[in-house]
Write a protein that binds this ligand. Structure first.
Ligand code: ADP
Ligand code: MG
Length: 186
């Protein structure tokens, strides 16, 4: 074995990690790594996807779904508000609240019930639903950075921390040696 990869995500602490994503493939790969972490963790998780238009939020979801074996198109559910993907044991709900003019539209659309059950909720533009939206377990913040993107991953709950800890990612799209073992004790 050669020397350990230098650029895999090493959380700065249990709650946060950040990384540069030089191109679209890197964003897709991060989505894929997130999918792998989700399949090992709890089947219910709320993930906020934050960042401006064009930041790469939908690209990340596309990478996540591809890793789980979904071969179809993935578009921002800008008009439908939510898109459901049922893959293996996971129910994934992809939301986009960009078009909300008032946070109450979240309640009017009856979206609250999606967050009661067990599913992975991936939410673009979470701030548009204001305080009605359940808090995130994990927040993924994407920023334009030169020709690429920078990303910060922030865990806001124990489930989010577990997900972040099991995330196994290198920006060249490969994974560090996979470990089915538990992360080291805190
Ligand atoms: P959002 O959903 O945040 O509005 P998209 O996922 O639709 O953004 O992505 C917008 C564009 O950004 C797409 O053309 C995509 O290929 C590109 N993109 C995604 N990630 C990166 C990256 N790391 N570097 C450069 N371009 C990227
Ligand atoms: Mg989008």
């Amino acid at each position: 074995m050669s020397s350990p990869p230098r650029q895999e995500i090493l959380p700065q602490n249990d709650n946060a990690a950040s990384l540069f994503l030089p191109d679209e493939a890197a964003t897709l790969a991060l989505g894929g790594a997130l999918a792998a972490a989700l399949t090992q963790g709890p089947a219910d998780l709320v993930v906020y996807l934050e960042g401006d238009l064009g930041a790469g939020k939908t690209t990340l979801v596309r990478g996540l779904l591809r890793e789980l074996g979904y071969a179809g198109k993935v578009k921002s559910p800008t008009y439908t508000l939510v898109e459901l993907y049922t893959i293996s044991r996971l129910n994934l709900y992809h939301f986009d609240f960009y078009r909300f003019e008032r946070p109450e539209e979240y309640l009017d659309a009856g979206l609250d019930e999606y967050f009661q059950g067990s599913g992975v909720c991936l939410v673009e533009w979470p701030d548009k639903a204001g305080a009605y939206l359940p808090l995130a377990d994990l927040r993924v913040r994407l920023f334009l950075a030169d020709a690429g993107r920078s990303v910060a991953l922030l865990a806001d709950s124990e489930k989010g921390r577990a997900c972040l800890t099991s995330l196994n990612f290198r920006p060249d799209g490969t994974r560090a040696a996979t470990s089915s073992s538990s992360p080291p004790p805190a």
